[in-house]
Design a protein around this ligand. Sequence first.
Ligand SMILES: [Zn+2]
Length: 128
Amino acid sequence: MTERTLEIDGDTVRIASWASDAGSGWDVYGPNGAHVGTIYSDGFGRPGRGRVQLGRKQIRGTIDDLAATVYRANSPREACAPKPGSVAALASGCTCPRLANRMGAGNDGRYFIAPDCGIHGKALACTA
Ligand SMILES: [Zn+2]
């Protein structure tokens, strides 16, 4: 198995190769570790290329492009409230980093989310 990370829209997305009787490809994981999509090899044996299924549409391309495509399609950004790291969120038990999230102000519209936070841990990403 091969693993690597990609920066997609400022998020660190991990991809891991897989192979089985059904074929081979890459699994795509969001910053919080959630599986957000699967890339299949393109069926022509071309290295570095694959295909993804989005609804009824099949998209082909490079692995990196497809990882960004499935990540964006399957990672809806929520307007999480109260904001991660804010005083209001902390009072409700938020365990997201306070300083990294600038006490709820965020960083360029993004937030660091603790996967085990009871309030934000299920959100793939929060927007400011
Ligand atoms: Zn939180």
